[in-house]
Design a protein around this ligand. Sequence first.
Ligand code: ZN
Length: 350
Amino acid sequence: MAFQDIAGNSRVKKILKLALERQRVPNSMLFCGPEGVGKRKAAFVMAKALNCLNKRNDACDECENCRAIDNESFPDVLVIDVKDLKVKQNSRQGESEPDETDDGKTNRDTIGIGAMRGLKGIVYLRPMVGRKRVFIINEAEKMTEDAANSHLKILEEPPLFSHIILVSHNPALLLPTIKSRCQTLNFLPVAKEEIEQALRERGFEDEKARIMALLVHGNLEQAISQDWDAIQQKREGAWGLFRALIGREETSLFLEKYAFQPRKVIKEDLEQTLELFSSFCRDFVLMKENGDPRLLFNPDYEPRLRESEPLLGFEQALKFLALIDLARASIDQHLNMSLLVSSFYSQVTG
Ligand SMILES: [Zn+2]
Protein backbone atom coordinates (compact mmCIF):
# COMPACT_ATOMS: atom_id res chain seq x y z
CA MET A 1 0.00 0.00 0.00
CA ALA A 2 1.23 3.45 -0.95
CA PHE A 3 -0.24 6.96 -0.73
CA GLN A 4 -2.13 6.48 -3.98
CA ASP A 5 -4.07 3.62 -2.36
CA ILE A 6 -5.55 5.93 0.26
CA ALA A 7 -8.70 7.60 -1.04
CA GLY A 8 -9.27 11.30 -0.45
CA ASN A 9 -7.32 13.55 1.90
CA SER A 10 -5.06 14.81 -0.85
CA ARG A 11 -4.00 17.80 1.26
CA VAL A 12 -2.68 15.63 4.07
CA LYS A 13 -0.98 13.27 1.65
CA LYS A 14 0.73 16.21 -0.03
CA ILE A 15 2.04 17.52 3.29
CA LEU A 16 3.40 14.11 4.24
CA LYS A 17 5.07 13.54 0.88
CA LEU A 18 6.67 16.95 1.02
CA ALA A 19 7.97 16.29 4.53
CA LEU A 20 9.44 12.99 3.34
CA GLU A 21 11.02 14.60 0.30
CA ARG A 22 12.66 17.28 2.40
CA GLN A 23 13.53 14.81 5.14
CA ARG A 24 11.67 16.99 7.60
CA VAL A 25 9.22 14.47 8.98
CA PRO A 26 8.34 15.47 12.55
CA ASN A 27 9.38 12.96 15.19
CA SER A 28 6.04 13.11 16.97
CA MET A 29 2.87 13.27 14.95
CA LEU A 30 -0.83 12.97 15.66
CA PHE A 31 -3.12 11.77 12.88
CA CYS A 32 -6.69 12.57 13.82
CA GLY A 33 -10.05 12.62 12.09
CA PRO A 34 -13.20 10.50 11.85
CA GLU A 35 -13.09 6.73 11.63
CA GLY A 36 -12.44 4.98 8.36
CA VAL A 37 -10.79 7.86 6.51
CA GLY A 38 -7.32 6.31 6.16
CA LYS A 39 -5.39 7.54 9.21
CA ARG A 40 -3.93 4.15 10.09
CA LYS A 41 -3.12 3.41 6.49
CA ALA A 42 -1.36 6.74 6.16
CA ALA A 43 0.67 6.01 9.31
CA PHE A 44 1.64 2.66 7.88
CA VAL A 45 2.63 4.16 4.52
CA MET A 46 4.76 6.68 6.42
CA ALA A 47 6.52 3.84 8.23
CA LYS A 48 7.30 2.25 4.88
CA ALA A 49 8.25 5.46 3.09
CA LEU A 50 10.68 6.36 5.88
CA ASN A 51 12.42 3.03 5.28
CA CYS A 52 11.80 2.44 1.56
CA LEU A 53 14.91 1.55 -0.44
CA ASN A 54 13.55 2.78 -3.78
CA LYS A 55 11.45 5.83 -3.14
CA ARG A 56 12.01 8.90 -1.09
CA ASN A 57 8.50 10.28 -0.67
CA ASP A 58 6.31 7.18 -0.81
CA ALA A 59 6.37 3.40 -0.35
CA CYS A 60 7.40 1.39 -3.41
CA ASP A 61 5.72 -1.76 -2.04
CA GLU A 62 8.40 -3.87 -3.68
CA CYS A 63 11.69 -3.43 -1.87
CA GLU A 64 12.80 -5.69 0.93
CA ASN A 65 11.90 -3.14 3.61
CA CYS A 66 8.43 -2.31 2.27
CA ARG A 67 7.62 -6.00 2.02
CA ALA A 68 8.90 -6.81 5.48
CA ILE A 69 6.85 -3.98 6.98
CA ASP A 70 3.77 -5.27 5.16
CA ASN A 71 4.42 -8.73 6.61
CA GLU A 72 4.91 -7.28 10.08
CA SER A 73 8.38 -8.77 10.17
CA PHE A 74 10.36 -5.55 10.24
CA PRO A 75 11.89 -5.01 13.66
CA ASP A 76 12.04 -1.23 13.38
CA VAL A 77 8.32 -0.68 12.89
CA LEU A 78 6.03 -1.36 15.78
CA VAL A 79 2.27 -0.93 15.84
CA ILE A 80 0.63 -0.69 19.25
CA ASP A 81 -3.05 -1.42 19.10
CA VAL A 82 -5.65 -2.06 21.79
CA LYS A 83 -6.79 -4.96 19.66
CA ASP A 84 -3.30 -6.48 19.55
CA LEU A 85 -2.83 -5.95 23.24
CA LYS A 86 -6.00 -7.94 23.79
CA VAL A 87 -4.65 -10.77 21.69
CA LYS A 88 -1.38 -10.66 23.55
CA GLN A 89 -3.17 -10.55 26.84
CA ASN A 90 -5.40 -13.43 25.93
CA SER A 91 -2.59 -15.63 24.77
CA ARG A 92 -0.28 -14.41 27.52
CA GLN A 93 2.49 -13.99 24.99
CA GLY A 94 4.39 -11.13 23.48
CA GLU A 95 6.35 -8.25 24.86
CA SER A 96 3.51 -6.52 26.63
CA GLU A 97 2.40 -7.80 29.93
CA PRO A 98 -1.28 -7.40 30.67
CA ASP A 99 -1.96 -4.18 32.49
CA GLU A 100 -3.32 -4.67 35.92
CA THR A 101 -5.79 -2.20 37.32
CA ASP A 102 -5.88 -1.32 40.99
CA ASP A 103 -8.24 -4.10 41.85
CA GLY A 104 -6.05 -6.61 40.07
CA LYS A 105 -8.33 -7.12 37.09
CA THR A 106 -6.87 -7.05 33.63
CA ASN A 107 -7.84 -3.89 31.85
CA ARG A 108 -8.67 -4.92 28.30
CA ASP A 109 -9.82 -1.69 26.72
CA THR A 110 -6.92 0.60 27.30
CA ILE A 111 -3.29 0.96 26.32
CA GLY A 112 -1.62 0.76 29.69
CA ILE A 113 1.70 1.56 31.23
CA GLY A 114 3.09 -1.88 30.36
CA ALA A 115 2.94 -1.22 26.65
CA MET A 116 4.48 2.20 27.12
CA ARG A 117 7.35 0.84 29.20
CA GLY A 118 8.01 -1.59 26.38
CA LEU A 119 8.06 1.31 23.96
CA LYS A 120 10.35 3.36 26.17
CA GLY A 121 12.79 0.48 26.33
CA ILE A 122 13.29 0.45 22.58
CA VAL A 123 12.56 3.93 21.33
CA TYR A 124 16.09 5.15 22.11
CA LEU A 125 17.81 2.21 20.42
CA ARG A 126 19.17 2.84 16.96
CA PRO A 127 17.27 1.18 14.12
CA MET A 128 18.27 -2.44 13.68
CA VAL A 129 17.83 -2.90 9.95
CA GLY A 130 16.03 0.18 8.66
CA ARG A 131 16.79 3.88 8.47
CA LYS A 132 14.14 4.94 10.95
CA ARG A 133 12.24 3.40 13.77
CA VAL A 134 8.54 4.07 13.53
CA PHE A 135 6.06 3.52 16.32
CA ILE A 136 2.38 3.74 15.51
CA ILE A 137 -0.04 3.97 18.42
CA ASN A 138 -3.58 3.32 17.22
CA GLU A 139 -6.54 4.54 19.26
CA ALA A 140 -4.12 6.72 21.18
CA GLU A 141 -7.02 8.21 23.15
CA LYS A 142 -7.22 4.86 24.94
CA MET A 143 -3.87 5.35 26.62
CA THR A 144 -4.38 5.34 30.36
CA GLU A 145 -3.18 8.47 32.13
CA ASP A 146 -0.10 6.67 33.43
CA ALA A 147 0.69 5.40 29.98
CA ALA A 148 0.19 8.85 28.51
CA ASN A 149 2.47 10.42 31.11
CA SER A 150 5.11 7.83 30.44
CA HIS A 151 4.74 8.55 26.74
CA LEU A 152 5.12 12.24 27.41
CA LYS A 153 8.68 11.69 28.53
CA ILE A 154 9.45 10.04 25.21
CA LEU A 155 7.82 12.87 23.29
CA GLU A 156 9.88 15.45 25.18
CA GLU A 157 13.14 14.14 23.83
CA PRO A 158 12.47 12.02 20.81
CA PRO A 159 15.62 10.58 19.27
CA LEU A 160 16.17 11.76 15.70
CA PHE A 161 15.95 8.28 14.26
CA SER A 162 12.56 7.51 15.83
CA HIS A 163 9.14 8.65 14.71
CA ILE A 164 6.06 8.23 16.82
CA ILE A 165 2.67 8.49 15.13
CA LEU A 166 -0.38 8.68 17.36
CA VAL A 167 -3.62 7.82 15.61
CA SER A 168 -6.93 8.90 17.11
CA HIS A 169 -10.51 9.52 16.07
CA ASN A 170 -11.23 11.19 19.37
CA PRO A 171 -8.27 13.47 20.11
CA ALA A 172 -10.38 15.43 22.61
CA LEU A 173 -9.64 12.58 25.03
CA LEU A 174 -5.88 12.96 24.70
CA LEU A 175 -3.98 14.90 27.34
CA PRO A 176 -3.38 18.47 26.10
CA THR A 177 0.29 18.07 26.99
CA ILE A 178 0.51 15.13 24.59
CA LYS A 179 -1.25 17.01 21.83
CA SER A 180 0.94 20.06 22.22
CA ARG A 181 4.06 17.97 21.66
CA CYS A 182 2.82 16.48 18.41
CA GLN A 183 2.48 17.88 14.95
CA THR A 184 -1.22 17.36 14.29
CA LEU A 185 -2.62 16.40 10.91
CA ASN A 186 -6.39 16.47 10.50
CA PHE A 187 -7.88 13.88 8.18
CA LEU A 188 -11.27 14.74 6.67
CA PRO A 189 -14.14 12.49 5.66
CA VAL A 190 -13.57 11.20 2.16
CA ALA A 191 -15.81 12.91 -0.42
CA LYS A 192 -18.68 10.84 -1.83
CA GLU A 193 -17.23 11.00 -5.34
CA GLU A 194 -13.89 9.70 -4.09
CA ILE A 195 -15.55 6.83 -2.25
CA GLU A 196 -17.55 6.03 -5.37
CA GLN A 197 -14.37 6.03 -7.40
CA ALA A 198 -12.57 3.79 -4.88
CA LEU A 199 -15.50 1.35 -4.91
CA ARG A 200 -15.53 1.23 -8.71
CA GLU A 201 -11.81 0.53 -8.67
CA ARG A 202 -12.56 -2.39 -6.38
CA GLY A 203 -14.96 -3.83 -8.92
CA PHE A 204 -18.36 -2.53 -7.78
CA GLU A 205 -20.80 -1.57 -10.55
CA ASP A 206 -21.48 2.15 -11.02
CA GLU A 207 -25.00 1.96 -9.67
CA LYS A 208 -24.05 0.07 -6.51
CA ALA A 209 -20.99 2.23 -5.90
CA ARG A 210 -23.12 5.38 -6.06
CA ILE A 211 -25.62 4.13 -3.50
CA MET A 212 -23.01 2.62 -1.20
CA ALA A 213 -21.07 5.89 -1.18
CA LEU A 214 -24.22 7.69 -0.07
CA LEU A 215 -24.58 5.79 3.15
CA VAL A 216 -21.23 5.96 4.86
CA HIS A 217 -20.61 9.60 5.71
CA GLY A 218 -17.12 9.68 4.23
CA ASN A 219 -15.97 6.41 5.77
CA LEU A 220 -14.32 4.40 3.01
CA GLU A 221 -13.67 1.33 5.13
CA GLN A 222 -17.31 1.14 6.10
CA ALA A 223 -18.26 1.57 2.45
CA ILE A 224 -16.16 -1.40 1.45
CA SER A 225 -17.44 -3.64 4.21
CA GLN A 226 -21.14 -2.96 3.59
CA ASP A 227 -23.41 -5.86 2.80
CA TRP A 228 -25.48 -5.24 -0.33
CA ASP A 229 -28.53 -7.13 0.98
CA ALA A 230 -28.55 -4.99 4.11
CA ILE A 231 -28.32 -1.88 1.95
CA GLN A 232 -31.28 -3.04 -0.12
CA GLN A 233 -33.30 -3.53 3.05
CA LYS A 234 -32.31 -0.11 4.25
CA ARG A 235 -33.43 1.41 0.93
CA GLU A 236 -36.75 -0.39 1.08
CA GLY A 237 -37.34 0.92 4.59
CA ALA A 238 -36.38 4.46 3.62
CA TRP A 239 -38.59 4.33 0.53
CA GLY A 240 -41.54 3.23 2.69
CA LEU A 241 -41.07 6.20 5.02
CA PHE A 242 -40.48 8.61 2.16
CA ARG A 243 -43.56 7.43 0.27
CA ALA A 244 -45.65 7.78 3.43
CA LEU A 245 -44.41 11.33 4.00
CA ILE A 246 -45.02 12.60 0.48
CA GLY A 247 -48.28 10.66 0.09
CA ARG A 248 -49.53 12.00 3.45
CA GLU A 249 -50.48 8.51 4.50
CA GLU A 250 -49.24 7.07 7.77
CA THR A 251 -46.79 9.95 8.05
CA SER A 252 -46.41 9.16 11.74
CA LEU A 253 -44.28 6.12 10.82
CA PHE A 254 -41.32 8.47 10.46
CA LEU A 255 -41.97 10.08 13.84
CA GLU A 256 -42.46 6.74 15.56
CA LYS A 257 -39.19 5.47 14.20
CA TYR A 258 -36.99 8.44 15.03
CA ALA A 259 -38.55 10.98 17.38
CA PHE A 260 -38.31 9.14 20.65
CA GLN A 261 -34.94 7.42 20.48
CA PRO A 262 -31.65 8.39 22.07
CA ARG A 263 -29.20 10.07 19.73
CA LYS A 264 -26.61 7.32 19.71
CA VAL A 265 -29.20 4.69 18.80
CA ILE A 266 -30.56 6.42 15.73
CA LYS A 267 -27.88 8.82 14.55
CA GLU A 268 -26.36 6.65 11.83
CA ASP A 269 -29.70 5.20 10.78
CA LEU A 270 -31.29 8.64 10.49
CA GLU A 271 -28.32 9.99 8.55
CA GLN A 272 -28.63 7.15 6.07
CA THR A 273 -32.39 7.53 5.78
CA LEU A 274 -32.03 11.24 5.06
CA GLU A 275 -29.36 10.53 2.43
CA LEU A 276 -31.74 8.08 0.77
CA PHE A 277 -34.63 10.59 0.98
CA SER A 278 -32.35 13.06 -0.72
CA SER A 279 -31.54 10.55 -3.49
CA PHE A 280 -35.26 9.91 -4.11
CA CYS A 281 -35.94 13.64 -4.21
CA ARG A 282 -33.10 14.26 -6.64
CA ASP A 283 -34.52 11.53 -8.87
CA PHE A 284 -37.90 13.31 -8.81
CA VAL A 285 -36.26 16.55 -9.84
CA LEU A 286 -34.46 14.78 -12.68
CA MET A 287 -37.73 13.26 -13.90
CA LYS A 288 -39.55 16.57 -13.71
CA GLU A 289 -36.84 18.11 -15.85
CA ASN A 290 -37.10 15.20 -18.30
CA GLY A 291 -33.51 14.25 -17.59
CA ASP A 292 -31.86 11.14 -18.92
CA PRO A 293 -33.18 8.15 -16.87
CA ARG A 294 -29.68 6.69 -16.95
CA LEU A 295 -28.71 9.47 -14.55
CA LEU A 296 -31.19 8.33 -11.92
CA PHE A 297 -29.69 7.65 -8.54
CA ASN A 298 -32.07 4.75 -8.06
CA PRO A 299 -32.64 3.32 -11.53
CA ASP A 300 -34.01 0.09 -10.07
CA TYR A 301 -36.76 2.16 -8.40
CA GLU A 302 -37.79 3.86 -11.64
CA PRO A 303 -41.36 2.46 -11.87
CA ARG A 304 -42.12 3.41 -8.26
CA LEU A 305 -40.50 6.80 -8.67
CA ARG A 306 -42.60 7.48 -11.77
CA GLU A 307 -45.77 6.42 -9.98
CA SER A 308 -45.09 8.64 -6.95
CA GLU A 309 -43.44 11.61 -8.64
CA PRO A 310 -46.74 13.54 -9.19
CA LEU A 311 -47.20 13.63 -5.41
CA LEU A 312 -44.47 16.24 -5.11
CA GLY A 313 -44.38 19.34 -7.29
CA PHE A 314 -41.09 20.74 -8.58
CA GLU A 315 -40.93 23.51 -5.98
CA GLN A 316 -41.94 21.10 -3.26
CA ALA A 317 -39.21 18.67 -4.24
CA LEU A 318 -36.63 21.44 -4.02
CA LYS A 319 -37.99 22.53 -0.66
CA PHE A 320 -37.89 18.95 0.57
CA LEU A 321 -34.25 18.70 -0.54
CA ALA A 322 -33.37 21.87 1.33
CA LEU A 323 -35.06 20.57 4.49
CA ILE A 324 -33.13 17.32 4.24
CA ASP A 325 -29.85 19.20 3.89
CA LEU A 326 -30.70 21.31 6.89
CA ALA A 327 -31.56 18.25 9.00
CA ARG A 328 -28.34 16.49 7.91
CA ALA A 329 -26.26 19.48 8.93
CA SER A 330 -28.12 19.77 12.25
CA ILE A 331 -27.26 16.19 13.17
CA ASP A 332 -23.58 17.09 12.94
CA GLN A 333 -24.14 20.15 15.10
CA HIS A 334 -25.34 17.89 17.90
CA LEU A 335 -28.74 19.45 18.23
CA ASN A 336 -31.39 17.69 20.26
CA MET A 337 -32.49 14.76 18.13
CA SER A 338 -36.19 14.64 19.07
CA LEU A 339 -36.47 18.32 18.35
CA LEU A 340 -34.67 17.94 15.06
CA VAL A 341 -36.84 15.01 13.96
CA SER A 342 -40.10 16.71 15.00
CA SER A 343 -39.16 19.96 13.33
CA PHE A 344 -38.19 18.17 10.09
CA TYR A 345 -41.43 16.24 10.22
CA SER A 346 -43.66 19.24 10.77
CA GLN A 347 -41.98 21.22 7.98
CA VAL A 348 -42.19 18.35 5.52
CA THR A 349 -45.80 17.56 6.26
CA GLY A 350 -46.86 21.14 7.00
ZN1 ZN B 1 10.07 0.25 -0.79
